[in-house]
Structures are given as structure tokens and as C-alpha cells.
Design a protein around this ligand. Sequence first.
Ligand SMILES: [Zn+2]
Length: 445
Amino acid sequence: MEDLYGIRGFIIDAPGFGSLRAYRNGALIIERGRIAAIGEYDDVRRSERGPKTRWIDHGPHAAVFPGLIDCHTHLPQYSVVARGQNQLLPWLRESIFPIEREFTGPKAREEAPKFFQELARNGTTTAMIYAAIYEDSCHVGFEAAERSGLRVILGKMMMDLGSYGTLQPKKVLSVSLAESERLCARWHGKAEGRLDYAFSPRFAVTCSEKLMRGAAELARKHGAYLQTHLAENREELEKVHNLYMSAQDYTDVYDKAGLLTPKTMLGHCIHLGTREVETLAARRASVAHCPTSNLFLGSGLMRLNDLQRAGIPVGLGSDVAAGPELNMWQVMRAAIDVQRARTFHDASVPPLRVSEAFYLATAGGARALGKAGAIGTLEVGKEADVTVIDMKAVRPYADTGRRVNEMSKEDVLALCVYRAGPHATLETYVRGKSVYRHPQLASQP
Ligand SMILES: [Zn+2]
């Protein structure tokens, strides 16, 4: 694709929590991977200077959004979505550890490229991901991520208690740390900063204090990310309490190990006390809210407004395979449903609006990942991570009724949140480069 081109459509982004911005007959010009101009098509055309722009016109039914951001998911687990009827700990033992154990060698090489293609097909342009415990599972993941063109933060799963690996127990800790550091040295910041490394201790139930401390030190040394799971499920809380009797609470276990930093992403955070929320805010750690997963495993209803009131940056995560889909539109919808369900028992809970859920999956996720300067909204100077939706595939009775540009921005967005998915994705771009095209468009230049 050339260095300079324009995309037309109904452009919508969310610069703030609850605020939407739109250009009804919109256009954006992408120059060398960045947004060079954005606005109403006629205004953008009038201000054009220099070489002639080639226009990509998906027709009057296209809606253009910032690329979606998935703050928490698992590469080796996608093949076993929607499996198991259990809560977290038995589900991990029975459905997940067996499938992660196999994610190495040819199987990992075969599945990893498909996984990133699936993300792009769903309109996701940035994802923070766990690999399996094997060095090659993460290395192969990075190779596939590099080729996919997506923006990826990935790490090798670390666990030294009750692991599914075959290493002698006394070797696990040192091997896990050494392999993780080697992967970080190889991949962190590669592809001109499109790839990042995340040290990834699974959670306190499967990690010794030494491993967590080691992961935190390595992340600090290399300026890399950290990711883990926190307070997802009641049985997990009890286990952590029994393992770490001297800690004040679950969050304190991570705090003492040095795991809570501005580059830390914590999955779930459902069952937290007030002190814990304050600690996360003080350490400037971020949270990945994973509502489809929380409903699937019956983990609980996240108190989103409490975390936000404390100032904690929150993004959304598909948490595949506990979440059944990589489709972030469905994760937004579930986030709305979860807050709605809370209001049935507590009228003081604020509902989560469509525009707010959309913010969490775009600019909010970018902020939670420390990447708000580069992605999350559509503004001049930002990197052009974009997904284009065919509203014909989202609206009922596609060929009748109003044109898309006669609808309100709220209506267009709500239809996407409730009904969009891979069937409706026309094209996805990262840094202005197409990473997915709908098969119907594949024959077009
Ligand atoms: Zn997870």
C-alpha cells in the first residue's frame, strides 16, 4: 500500500469517558502510517495540498472507528472456548492446563498465525496476551505477531507451583526467569515499537514469592510490562489467603513482591477491598475488565465505578478462553450488561453507557497500556490504527431505511456494540497498513 491515502466513512471516536466525536461524511488521510488530516470529507478535500490522495471508499454504509484494544487474552487457549461448566480453579485444571500443555512445537506454530488473523478480523489492533509456559510458545507467538502487523504485548506464562510443565520442581523457578528474560531481550520494543514484552506470572496461586519478585525485578530492569490476574474468584482468594498468611490481602501479596507498577496490567479485580483499590491507585497500576469471562466462569460482577472513582485506568479484555470470543464489541456489550445487573440490587450503581464502554475498548485501553499518545483515538499525529465496519452487516433489513449518514452517532455506535463482529469488519489497519480485508473486498485493489 502506498504512503498516502484517504478513508471515507462515518467516523466515530471517544476522546473521553462518555464523550463521542464524529464526522458524519467523514474522511481521514493517512500519511506514512499516521493520521495527517481528519474531518468532514469536503473540508479535508479543500485543505489537501501536495500529491493527490488515493481514496478508499467503502461506500455510504461504512463506519470508521479507532482499532479496538484487548487488554487481556490467552494465545494457547482459543481452541477450547466455551468448554467446561466449572468455576475458575477446576476449569483451569480440567480444561485449560491440558490444552496449554500441548501448545508447543508444530501445534503452536500452526495456531499462532491464525490467532492474530482472528484478532484483526474482529477489528482488534492492539492486544496484551499470555503465551504458554514454554519459551517456544512465546517466541513463535512473537514471530506470528510480527508478521501479522498487529500491535502486541506478549509474555511467557510463569508458574512454579502446580505447573503443568515437566521440569524438575527445583529447576522451574530459574528456568522460568531465564527464559522470560531471553524472550524480553529478543522481542521487547521490536518492529519499531509495535511489539512489547510482558513478564507474566500467572497468579499468586501458582507463583512463589521468589518468582513474583524475580519477574518484577526483570520488568523494571528492561522497562517491560507486567501482567497477572488478581481477585477473580472467591475460592482463589481463599487459596491465596492460606498461601500468604502474612499478607494483609491479595493485593498486598503483589505489592510486597513489587509487581504493582505503572506498567502493570491486572486482569479481573472483582473481589477487592477498599484498601486494595487505594493501593492499586497509589501504584498507578491498570486493570483489565473481562466481563464475558466473569459471566462464563461465574466469577462475579466487577465494581467498575469504584475503580474508576479511585482513578485506576481500566481497559477491557476478552480473556479467551474464559471469554468465549475475541470480539471486543461483545465484550463492550457484556460490560454494559454487568453494570446493568448490579443496578438490580443497588440503585446507586451508575449504568455503563454505550459511549463509555466504547471508550474503555479504545482510548481507555490505550491509557491503561500507557499508549494514549500514539493510539486509542483518531486525531492528527496519531498512528493510524483503524477498523472499518459495514453497517449493512449490522443493521436489520440492511437495504431499507435511512442511510448510515442520516443516523445519529449514538445509534451507529449502539448497533455496533450490540451487533458487530467479524462478519461486519470490512478492513482493519495498524499504522496505516491493512492487516485484514473482508474476503468480499479481497479482489479489489
Ligand atoms: Zn486470563
